[in-house]
Structure formats: C-alpha cells, structure tokens
Design a protein around this ligand. Structure first.
Ligand code: PEP
Ligand code: MG
Length: 765
C-alpha cells in the first residue's frame, strides 16, 4: 500500500456523500422509525430514485419497515416470505438484483397495497449480519433503466452501514429484531456422530473466533487509512516470517501455500480496493469486509475449483487482516479458556487441540471429523468427548451459549431449557457411577471367565498420559506415539528434549513395559515447521512420504531419536517399534540403524539399555505376504487397525463421508486378521493390536475370538474392555468363530452382538 492515497473514485465519492448524511442520522436523537424514514429519504435522493425501501426480517418474513415513494399505508403491512418476490429472493440467496423491468423477472410478486406498478426498474441488495441476510435495501425508478455499477456499489456499502444500525438496539425495538436473533435465543438440539465418548457441559467457544464489526462508518478517514497501512505491514511481516521459518527449505505444498499468501499480501489491487472503500467513509474493518463481500459475490459466478481454492486463501488472509486491525488476534487457545468450555470448529489438527487447557476443555463439536483422524485419537487421550459431522454449527451456536454435549447420544443441546439440563445432569450422574464401577475393576486381572489372561495395555503419547497407567491398572504402554511431542513443538525437538520425555515416561512406568514407536509424521500428522512433502505436492499424504519412509531417508532424524531412546532407557529394557513397514527390508534398515547407534554409544562409553526388543507395526496390508520372512527377526508385531483398514478398504481414515461406511467387524477385516494370526502362530513373536478397534468392547471380543491376546487401547477403553473380558467364555467364542468367519451375515455387527447377548457378555450397553 503506498502512502499517498489516490483521489477518491466516483463510486467512493457517491457512497461517502450518503454515509456522511447517514452518520448524522445515526447520531441524532430520533426514534427508530424516524431514523429509518430519514435513511430511505437520503438514499432515494442521493441515488436519484423515486423509491427507496427497507425491508427487515421479522418473525420469519421480510416486512416493509420504511419507504420513500411507495404508499405509506403499506409500511408494516407488506410482508414477503424468504424466497418470495424479488425482495425474498435477494434475502434467501444473499444476492444483488439489478433489473430494468422488475415485473419481467420470474420471481416478481405484485403487492397492490404498495402502488409499485408505477415503477419499472428495480435494484436491491441484502443487508447482511453475521453471514445472514437480516433485511433488504432496494431502490426503484419509473424509467426502465438499469442502475449503473457505481450506484450498485453505493447501495452495497450503505447496506453494510444499515446492518450496524439494525443491530443497534435503539433503532428497532428488541421484539422487532430479526427472527435470526429470535431463534438464536431458543433451545436447540443438534446431532452428529460420536467420535469420542463422554459427556461435558460448558460455554461455546469458537476455535477461530468470529469477528463482528461494531463500527462501520469512520469518524476520521485518514486515521482509518493509517490503521490499514499498519495492519498490512504487520500481516506482510507475519507472512514473511512464516516463509522464512519453513525450516526444511524449498518445494512442497507448504511453500506453495505461503507463496500464494505472499502474492495476495502484496497485491496492490487488493489494497487499492480497500483504500477506496475507506474513501467512501467506512472504517478499516468495514472496508476490508466490504471488499471481501464483493469478492465473495464475484466468486459465486466463477466455476473454477482451482480459482476457488485461491479465493479461500484470500478469505483467510482477509480475516487475518481484520483480526490484526481490530486487535482480536489468534485462536481461542491463544487467548486462553476462562471457564468450562466446549470448543467449536470446522476441523482441527492434533497440535491445535493440544494447545487447549485440558482442565477447562469439556468437549469438542466439529463440523467435519472422523473416527480415526489423529485429532480424535489425541482427544481420546485427553479424555475430551467429541462429536463430529454436526451441521449448521455456525448458524445455530453463538459464542458464549451454554452447551450440553452428550457424545454417546451424538447430540449437543444448545441453550438448554431447565428440563433438558435436569435430564442431562441425571444421565451424567449415571455415567459417572458406571465409570466409578469400572474404576473398581482397576486392580482385578484381565482374565476371561475360562481363565485366559489377556494383556491389556494403553496407548499414550504425552507425558501426562502416563498417569493413566495407575488410573486404569493397565499392564503397560503398548504404543507410545513419539510424534505427539513433535506435533506440539514449534520446532523440531532436540535430542535432549526427546530423551527427557522418554526418561520421564520410563520412570513413571516403573517396571511396566513401554513400547516406543518411532516418529510417524506425515499423513494427517503434518508438522508446520517441517516440509514433509516431496519436491512435488503430495496428492495422497496418507500413502505418501511418511513414517518409516520419511525416517529412513531423513536418517539424521531417526539417529537422533535412536540415541535419545537408548540413553533414556540406559540400564533397562528398551522396546522400539517401527510404523508403516511395507516390506521387510525397511524393518531391517531401521533395525540396523538402531544397532549402529548402539555400537556408537558403546564406543563412547555411554550406558546402554540392558536389552533392546524390536517390533514392527502391521498397518500396510501388503506386508502380510512377506511376514514369514520377517518373523525370525522380530520380537513383537502390533497390528495398527486404523491405517490397516484405511488401506484394506482404500478409504481415507480422516474422510468424514467415509467415517461410517466400513465396519471393523466386516469379514474383510476379520478374515484378514485371522490370516495374520495363523501366519504368526507357532513363532515366538508376540502379536497384538494397537489400533482404536481394540478399545471397543464388541470389537475387542471379536479380536480375542480370533486368537489375539494382547491389546493396547485408549485409556478410557480399559474399564469397559476389562468388564467384557471378565464376562467372556473365550473357548466358546473360539469354537464358534470359524462358522462366523465362513458364513458372515449381511450385518456382521449384529451377528457379534447377538452372540454376546446370548452368552451374557458385558458390553456395557
Ligand atoms: C494405527 O494405524 O492403527 C495406529 C495405531 O497408528 P496411528 O493411529 O498412530 O496411525
Ligand atoms: Mg498408523
């Protein structure tokens, strides 16, 4: 943005004339109706229009609130439904209409009480508040002429200012405010899909706080211009800093996004349009928003997905600019949760969720989300209930609303009535009692009714998770996801930091085993500070350069981790597991790297682990074909059912639409796992499951039926799964398994469920 502003354009000048006069009306002591009457007078006069009218949404219809030019008897009488007539169409589609012959439009609806038959041309724009139309501003003229671009621009700018006037309680009485506001007050129940079980109550907090522009008309245009200059400078600085911090250099998606951001941030056209909007008399925030609105409207007419993506970037940047200029920065996490809260977001990354204060975060409601996405695994580890795929979140919930989240029912109650609150409290009490009963199982062994001991371990990834060992009475940690530390860090964690974490975890676990999985980054666990894409952008990151593939090429990364693990486990047994092994040579290469590091440490007289046990994850289906070759070199094998099923079904584990399409209990998965059990049986390799599947009682029962006797699961699953184990006659199930696998029913879930019911297995439901 240059410092010498160009002279205001005629569009800006025209809007400014009106805004200056509107400013006086807003400041006057007239009552609400009086102000509206003056407003239509001013607009009609300035735009040389015989008619100017304002319709406002009230009790679900657009009511004529003020007019110059139509019959005054029609005021507060003429009402049009959303989608009805030209006015209703404008509000429903949030679009501008500009017609030389109004009656020729298919949506035209004639209202005799208005006397509008005298007028031919018509132009109308929506009055928007919080992304919804709350009214319509329109002008009409006796001549059949189209309004020119400058006039339309002016109308749109004026409509923005009107939205502020309307929101202002002294313009319309509270009872007469929009129906949007009216429904917003009432209790509502939204439904979605349970992603992490549990219940929680708190106030609604938006992850990306929505900024409401309070003042649209500037008192001092020059001051507003300077605010925008300063905001642009700051935003460009931020983008440049982000680009220079992309620590792993050139190429990839990360860089491309930043390049696009940079292009927009320095785009003179964009800053010029904002400057023009300021010239028309708007505040800095309103000017940015005005330009954004205009872009959005143009976008609707473009049908190019690539361009649309770019426009999303511009929206993002525009929001950032508004946040900077209004001083409302950052996500809700950065601002801190002040009370018990339920977080609302379209979607979240695992690192973003980890930024929140666990003590005050009582639940999460997502518009997207799927069961095995990493953010959900993290939420489960944090003990935070989550529901996903909830529609209309942004329109139904407002910041600060009281929410009652019942993930097991897949519902969130918005602004609950006292009766709903009471029912919720009663259910919460029952669920707490059940949890207390399960906690009582803590010290009892995980042994089936017929005496088979099952090894029940937990999955963890953070230092704090280790506390769950004592709380659940689990046998150890069967999967420690080391990448969580990488996800929560702003930079690549140094060896000392890694070592400290591993040592703390081992100390806390005492004599209980911990299986450390080497970093599984990439896929949906992208690191902001590390470009994990290849030189070309990755189209399928889950099947891309991730986990062991990345670690074997970034040898330095794996070497550092190997040393950190060995030094942390000095004097004890170290269990290491490699993720995403696709072929035996990858496992061998990783193991040799560890052996090499052990030799190096020994040659430097460092204290070493007393033993190192090596394991692999089975999560790439193809590995089963060469598993026999790997078995002699393995100490243990852990089946990662999250990735395994996404690859078996070729169905993205993070895709919201596919979240419920395939069942873990389908014969595809069960027969595959039966085959793995058969291959491994007879070897000395310990076989277990560490995916989310094992943490659900019914699925865990089926796994036991297949012959699997080690499960590493989410801590919240230990109680329910142990209750299932202790009520199960395993020999009976195993005797029935061949028939179930050979003749699966069309509803395999029901088949297992019925079996459990017949044999009185405690599934907790
Ligand atoms: C899995 O894929 O099942 C697994 C346990 O690993 P993650 O969920 O971390 O990918
Ligand atoms: Mg995995």
């Amino acid at each position: 943005m240059t410092n010498a502003p160009p002279p205001p354009s005629s569009a800006a000048q025209s809007a400014r004339n009106i805004l200056t006069r509107l400013h006086e009306v807003m400041a006057s002591r007239a009552n609400a109706q009086g102000k509206l009457n003056q407003v239509v007078g001013i607009i009609g006069e300035c735009l040389d229009s015989e008619v100017c009218s304002i319709y406002l949404l009230r009790e679900g219809a657009l009511e004529l609130y003020a007019t110059r030019g139509l019959k005054q008897e029609a005021v507060h009488v003429t009402r049009l439904g959303l989608g009805e007539g030209l006015v209703g169409t404008i509000a429903e589609h949030i679009e501008t209409l500009n017609l030389d012959e109004a009656a020729a439009h298919p949506d035209f609806s004639y209202r005799p009480e208005t006397g509008e038959e005298l007028f031919h041309s018509f132009a109308g724009v929506p009055i928007i508040r919080r992304e919804r139309a709350v009214g319509v501003l329109c002008v009409q003229h006796a001549d059949p002429r189209r309004y020119d671009d400058i006039e339309i621009e002016t109308l749109q700018t004026v409509a923005m200012v009107l939205s502020e006037l309307i929101a202002n309680a002294d313009l319309v009485d509270t009872a007469a405010r929009t129906d949007a506001a009216a429904t917003d007050q009432s209790a509502q129940r939204l439904s979605g899909q349970k992603l992490v079980d549990g219940m929680g109550a708190g106030v609604a907090v938006f992850h990306q706080p929505r900024i409401t522009i309070e003042h649209t008309v500037a008192d001092d245009t020059e001051a507003e211009r300077h605010r925008v200059y300063a905001a642009f400078d700051k935003m460009r600085e931020q983008i440049d800093r982000m680009a220079s911090q992309a620590e792993f250099g050139v190429g990839g998606e990360h860089e491309e996004v930043l390049e696009t951001y940079k292009m927009f941030a320095y785009d003179e056209g964009w800053s010029r349009r904002i400057n023009e909007a300021i010239d028309s008399g708007l505040t800095a925030e309103a000017a940015i928003e005005r330009v954004q609105q205009r872009t959005r409207m143009r976008m609707r007419q473009i049908d190019d997905p690539l361009l649309r993506d770019r426009m999303h970037d511009l929206e993002d940047l525009s929001n950032r600019l508004i946040r900077i200029v209004s001083g409302q920065m950052g996500t809700a996490a950065q601002m801190g949760l002040r009370q018990d809260s339920i977080l609302i977001a379209r979607n979240l990354g695992p690192a973003e969720l980890l930024e929140y204060d666990r003590r005050r975060l009582k639940g999460v409601v997502l518009e997207e989300g799927s069961l095995t996405a990493h953010v959900i695994i993290v939420a489960r580890a944090m003990g935070v209930p989550v529901i996903g795929r909830v529609r209309d979140v942004r329109t139904s919930i407002r910041e600060g609303d009281l929410l009652l989240l019942d993930a097991s029912a897949g519902t969130v109650q918005v602004r609950p009535t006292p009766a709903v609150q009471e029912a919720f409290d009663a259910k919460l009490e029952i669920s707490q009692k059940r949890r207390a009963n399960l906690a009582a199982l803590r010290d009892l062994p995980a042994i089936t009714k017929d005496g088979v001991a099952i090894e029940l371990m937990i999955n963890a990834g953070l230092r704090e998770d280790v506390a769950a060992l004592d709380l659940t009475g689990a046998r150890g940690i069967g999967l420690f996801r080391t990448e969580f530390q990488f996800l929560v860090s702003a930079t690549l964690p140094a060896r000392e930091r890694q070592q400290r974490l591993y040592r703390d975890v081992l100390d806390a676990a005492g004599d209980r085993p911990v299986i450390f999985r080497t970093v599984d980054i990439g896929g949906d666990k992208a690191l902001p500070y590390m470009n994990v894409g290849d030189s070309a952008q990755e189209e399928n990151p889950a099947m891309g350069w991730r986990a062991l593939r990345l670690a074997l090429e970034r040898e330095g990364l794996l070497k550092v981790q190997a040393r950190a693990l060995m030094e942390a486990a000095a004097g004890r047994t170290l269990n290491v597991m490699f993720p995403m092994v696709s072929e035996p040579w990858e496992y061998e290469a990783a193991r040799s790297l560890f052996v090499g590091q052990r030799t190096w440490l020994a040659s430097h007289n460092k204290k070493l682990p007393v033993a190192i046990r090596y394991g692999a994850m089975l999560e790439v289906p193809g590995l089963v074909e060469t598993l026999d070759l790997m078995l002699p070199h393995l100490d243990f094998l852990s089946i990662g059912t999250n990735d395994l099923t996404q690859f078996l079904f070729a169905a993205d584990r993070a895709h919201p639409r596919l979240a419920e399409r395939y069942d873990w209990l389908s014969p595809t998965v069960m027969r595959y796992l039966a085959r793995v059990v058969k291959i491994v049986s007879g070897s000395k390799v310990a076989l277990g499951v560490c995916g989310e599947m094992g943490g659900r009682p019914l699925e865990a029962m089926a796994l036991l039926g297949l012959g699997i006797e080690r499960l590493s699961i989410t801590p919240a699953g230990v109680g329910p799964v142990k209750a299932m184990i202790r009520s199960l006659d395993l020999a009976k199930l195993r005797a029935d398994m061949p028939a179930i696998l050979a003749q699966p029913s069309s509803d395999p879930r029901k088949q297992y469920h019925d079996w459990a019911a017949r044999h009185r297995v405690d599934l907790g439901d």
